[in-house]
Design a protein around this ligand. Structure first.
Ligand code: ZN
Length: 140
């Protein structure tokens, strides 16, 4: 366990037509932010998300070619291979109000998106490969 204080809160609006995943990665890489959280709401024109199959121990991705609401976008920021890395999950509401969700991937296209990034003051956590899960997990 680690304790942090909030260093800064950044609010921004993402651009319609841009890739949601890369837009967020570019922001944290440019500043850079190595410890913190991302939260957001908005809408997407289409989405590409993944489900981690725990039997196969691999991600299975799925494209949703439909306009949906971002009910909730949430991610944490740490270091992976010494670079700022955001692990982001997203819940999306379809036109019939059912919700799908999963691990955010590139090729999710923004319609509108408002983001709050809360930057922590303190030492960043590194992600290291965990053989048991086949995932890069926090080195705590
Ligand atoms: Zn994930």
């Amino acid at each position: 366990m680690r304790n942090y204080k909030v260093n800064n809160i950044l609010r921004t609006k993402l651009k319609k037509g841009d890739d949601l995943y890369y837009s967020l990665m570019n922001i944290i890489d440019k500043i850079p932010i190595t410890a913190g959280i991302i939260i957001g709401i908005g809408a997407v024109q289409k989405a590409n998300i993944a489900y981690f199959n725990q039997i196969k121990k691999e991600y299975e991705n799925f494209h949703f070619n439909e306009a949906m609401e971002i009910v909730s976008l949430k991610g944490n920021i740490s270091l992976k291979e010494n670079k700022p890395f955001a692990h982001i999950h997203i819940s999306l509401a379809r036109s019939d109000f059912t919700v799908v969700g999963g691990h955010l991937l590139p090729d999710t296209i923004i319609y509108a998106c408002e983001i709050d990034i809360i930057e922590y003051d303190g030492k960043a956590i590194n992600r290291v490969f965990d053989e048991e899960t086949n995932l890069y997990l926090w080195d705590l």
